[in-house]
Design a protein around this ligand. Structure first.
Ligand code: TGC
Ligand code: FAD
Length: 389
């Protein structure tokens, strides 16, 4: 039987454990996100962020790929499936998951001391402590090498951090911020607990994208931290960029979730909405749109699987992550925009998920490296020539 929702039979690529994880996350999103998310989006807030974090912790979805410290030790494909199912509900909730697991927890797991891991990871895996990841600054987004936030080493060993980070997901609700700062020995990562004197995280308002997500500024005004607040194993930009590979990989999958939701909304609508006495799905122009959307959606999922298998085999290169993020987010946003046209005026209503996903994907297109950054990463890999500067 041809399945319009799985035309390539990609379900065959999964084993029973993969399917069980996918179905559990899909059910959680159906129960705990979908009935409420349009309201959160309209209000521009995520009032239950702490409850959602704890529930995602109970599902084993936080730091899902990490081993030990209360983490699930799942495969890359399983983590990807979770990202897809959650982003099919809303990119903002997937952002909560990505930043917690692939950025904040991954940074501590990969670069932290044993004491730092014991202190933070079990509570973060359970969703009791939320983390954020501060790399971007007001004047340094695509070019984090130019960051101004500075950590000065005092004679007694303490660090004093001064600077600002901008557009930081989870910032105002985080119990711990991973903050990247310039030092006399290069870029280092610091763990800044909420409530540290001189540290604040005001929320950024008036966003027209990712409205069901907490986004914040981090203000560091002479923040004094003990010597052991630094992540000992990360020096240089390769520290934060290494974390980004993991979060970008999750987005390769996640974006296909938003696209799937829009495709399915458009397919259902096209079968039932009648104009000129016929369902609009019966017009060739609508069918061409649906066929092209299905092709890009399932090619994107296939690409995500391929990259996931490479990651599980320890063979995924950063350039391949860029390939996936560039393609899948760009195609997802096209699918959502096309779905919007099929729904006509209803396409702009929050009664349907389409416009919400399309506007969310405007952020996803920009964060974790813009389209242009990933084109330049691939351009450099293809030509051997660096065109960033
Ligand atoms: P470049 O000279 O190329 O590299 C500096 C050092 O880093 C190493 N490196 C990497 N290591 C691991 N993974 C990668 N992907 C890496 N890319 C580079 C490189 O080998 C080198 O190491 P070493 O030992 O030789 O020093 O650096 P560059 O200054 O030319 O910049 C390269 C560029 C532009 C690709 C990079 O800066 C970049 O990716 N810019 C985009 C910034 C970005 O993506 N920011 C994201 C912020 S976090 C976020 O958006 C979270 S949103 C999450 C959510 O809500 O879901
Ligand atoms: P800029 O770097 O100023 O870029 C502006 C434009 O110029 C882009 O089109 C870019 O591609 C282009 N451009 C720049 N340089 C070049 C070049 N060399 N060649 C060609 N074109 C170029 N950051 C974090 O650290 N942590 C977070 O948790 C986080 N969450 C976010 C959540 C949201 C909702 C958003 C919107 C952003 C978030 N970000 C976060 C920030 C995000 O990573 C940055 O916005 C992104 O890296 C781009 O930086 P910028 O906005 O400063 O744009």
């Amino acid at each position: 039987m041809f399945d319009p929702r799985d035309p390539l039979g990609l379900d065959d690529l999964l084993d029973d454990e993969d399917r069980a994880i996918r179905d559990a996350v899909r059910q959680w999103a159906a129960d705990r996100v979908l009935p409420y998310v349009a309201d959160w989006y309209e209000r521009g807030e995520l009032p239950v962020v702490r409850e959602l974090a704890r529930e995602l912790g109970s599902l084993g979805a936080l730091g899902m790929q990490l081993e030990g410290y209360g983490c699930a030790g799942a495969s890359a494909v399983q983590y990807g499936l979770a990202c897809l199912e959650i982003e099919a509900a809303d990119s903002g909730i997937r952002s909560l998951l990505s930043v917690q697991g692939s950025l904040a927890m991954y940074a501590i797991h990969r670069f932290g001391s044993e004491e730092q891991k014991q202190q933070w990871l079990p509570a973060m895996a359970a969703g009791e402590v939320i983390g954020c990841f501060g790399l971007t600054e007001p004047d340094h987004g695509s070019d984090p090498a130019g960051m101004r936030t500075y950590a000065k080493r005092e004679a007694g060993g303490d660090w004093v951090l001064t600077g600002r980070k901008m557009w930081i997901t989870n910032g105002s609700v985080a119990g711990v911020a991973v903050v990247w700062a310039r030092t006399d020995d290069g870029i280092r990562g610091f763990l800044v607990p909420a409530g540290t004197p001189g540290f604040s995280a005001p929320e950024i308002r008036h966003k027209w994208s990712l409205r069901a997500s907490v986004t914040s500024e981090l203000v560091l005004d002479q923040v004094r931290l003990p010597a052991d607040a630094v992540l000992p194993e990360a020096t240089g930009l390769r520290g934060p960029l290494g974390c980004l590979n993991h979060a970008r990989y999750g987005i390769v999958w996640g974006a296909m979730g938003a696209a799937r939701s829009c495709f399915e909304a458009a397919l259902d609508y096209a079968r039932t909405r009648e104009q000129f006495g016929r369902p609009i799905g019966g017009f060739q122009l609508t069918q061409a749109k649906l066929a092209d959307m299905a092709v890009e959606l399932h090619k994107g999922i296939l690409l995500a699987h391929h990259l996931g298998r490479r990651m599980d085999a320890g063979r995924l290169r950063p350039e391949q992550v860029s390939f996936g993020k560039l393609n899948n987010v760009r195609e997802a946003i096209e699918i959502c925009r096309t779905a919007r046209t099929i729904l006509g005026a209803n396409g702009i209503s929050l009664e349907y998920p389409v416009m919400r996903h399309a506007t969310n994907l405007e952020s996803v297109l920009t964060y974790e490296g813009t389209v242009e950054m990933h084109q330049l990463v691939l351009g450099k890999a293809l030509t051997g020539l660096d065109a960033f500067r």
